[in-house]
Design a protein around this ligand. Structure first.
Ligand SMILES: O=C(O)C1=C[C@@H](OP(=O)(O)O)[C@@H](O)[C@H](O)C1
Ligand SMILES: C=C(OP(=O)(O)O)C(=O)O
Length: 430
């Protein structure tokens, strides 16, 4: 566990940055490139630990993936280009890699074993294992297949299904769409609430067929995809830390370029607007399959709001930094319907409440979210990332407004999605 003394007692943040590539899109670019025929070029790929785990797994599955300067080249040979791995597929800390890859492996005629770190070993896999078994895959694992290590044997032709998701999860939806692309017949996934649609966009970008009607997504089986070029937008989940920092620090203005503005991901912008933040959005015109633009945030007076319902999947990973934002807003912020936070890299309801309370925030964990009462001044303390990148970065921003020294335990966790987070933050401190 590494300790880092964080930057504290700052009053303004000023400048322009481009955050690194989107994590969800980077994972998918590797996976779709790997199962397509022909070359795929990925620009602005996120070189974070999670996406590197995806590359390492697909290399073990026999796919040639090369890094050339800042680009990744994937030499796909179609679904049949994947080969039985001779060693365990290690997903590290990445839930996205685990769940999406299982959807691909379910249709491949070989045996593989998937393992990850201690956090992955606690994250529920039944949400993908049960429907994949319905489609015909043989999956075994700890606690009847709910936890890694998981062994999967594909081979028998996959049966298409119509499946209503019990939880709003883009990972489960994507896993089943990836299996559905290899199945006989049409697979339909019904979502309770819209979740990020990067997989749907990517299927079409790689030349596949897909139809979306309201909350029903249908893919035809036995589809062969074709390699393409992907420009990964900047990750709005990473940009969120600087949006919040600029909103809560006196005399600040941060301009974020090339931020992904897919409407299934922009809940953080809706929240900032509703709380009274000074924020402007300028969409780029020459966007490809994912919208991007420039987001400018300046300091302003903020008020507490309720965050619940359909909004939750549109900002699920931003809730730790939104909790910090709420500590600097007047009145109560109530976060509801966010029980999914309990099964992320750590239990994010408990971790956020515990660490922000240590810094002096008034925050009450609830069964499906939290209640934050502001505005509270924050003070220095030793805090922990709980091995979770999003908690680590949220505390990195919190320390900026703490009066005195904050030490972060487990700061190496931020490698997962934003290896240069502290360097980029430092560049905005004037
Ligand atoms: O599909 C994806 O890329 C992701 C979906 C979300 O997870 P769930 O599908 O579990 O909600 C999100 O929390 C995760 O960071 C990335
Ligand atoms: C939950 C996250 O990722 P994953 O599920 O891929 O581990 C995240 O990045 O916040």
């Amino acid at each position: 566990m590494e300790y880092k003394e964080l930057i504290c007692n700052q009053h303004n943040l000023f400048g322009t940055i481009s955050v690194p590539g989107d994590k969800s899109i980077s994972h998918r670019a590797i996976m779709f490139g790997a199962v397509s025929r022909g070359e795929t070029i990925v620009r602005n790929f996120l070189f974070g630990a999670d996406c590197l785990s995806t590359i390492s797994c697909f290399r073990k599955l026999g796919v040639r993936i090369e890094q050339e300067q800042n680009e990744i080249k994937i030499y796909g040979e179609g679904w049949n280009g994947l080969k039985e791995p001779s060693s365990i597929l290690d997903v590290g800390n990445s839930g996205t890699t685990t769940r999406l890859m299982l959807g691909i492996l379910a249709g491949r005629p070989f045996h593989s074993v998937v393992i990850g770190d201690d956090s992955i070993a606690k994250r529920p896999m039944n949400r993908v294992v049960l429907p994949l078994r319905k489609m015909g895959a043989t999956i075994n694992g700890r606690e009847k297949g709910n936890y890694t290590p998981i062994a999967i044997q594909g081979g028998s032709p996959l049966k298409s299904i119509t499946y209503e998701l019990p939880v709003a999860s883009a990972q489960v939806k994507s896993c089943l769409l990836l299996a559905g692309l290899q199945a006989d017949g049409e697979t339909t996934i019904i979502e309770p609430t819209a979740t990020r649609d990067h997989t749907e966009r990517m299927i079409q970008h790689f030349g596949g067929e897909l139809s979306v009607q309201n909350n029903r997504i249908t893919v035809k089986g036995n589809q062969q995809l074709t390699g393409t070029t992907i420009d990964v937008p900047g990750d709005i989940s990473s940009a969120a830390y600087f949006m919040v920092a600029a909103a809560i620090m006196e005399n600040s203005e941060v301009i974020l370029k090339n931020v992904g503005l897919n409407p299934t991901r922009t809940g953080i912008i809706d929240v900032l607007i509703k709380m009274g933040a000074d924020i402007t959005i300028e969409k780029d015109t020459n966007t490809s399959f994912e919208p991007v633009g420039t987001v400018t945030v300046r300091n302003s007076t903020l008020k507490g709001i309720e965050i619940s319902g359909d909004l939750i999947p549109r900002l699920i990973d931003e809730l730790p930094i939104i909790a910090l934002l709420a500590t600097q807003a007047d009145g109560k912020t109530i976060i509801k319907n966010a029980e999914e936070l309990k099964v992320k890299e750590t239990n994010r309801i408990d971790a956020v409440a515990k660490e922000l309370s240590r810094l002096g925030a008034n925050i009450l964990p609830t069964d499906d979210g939290m209640i934050i009462t502001g505005k509270t001044p924050l003070h220095g303390e030793t805090v922990s990332s709980h091995g979770d990148h999003r908690i680590g970065m949220m505390l990195g921003i919190a320390s900026l407004i703490c009066k005195d020294k904050v030490t972060l335990e487990g700061y190496e966790a931020i490698e997962v999605s934003y290896p240069n987070f502290f360097e980029d933050l430092q560049s905005l401190i004037k």
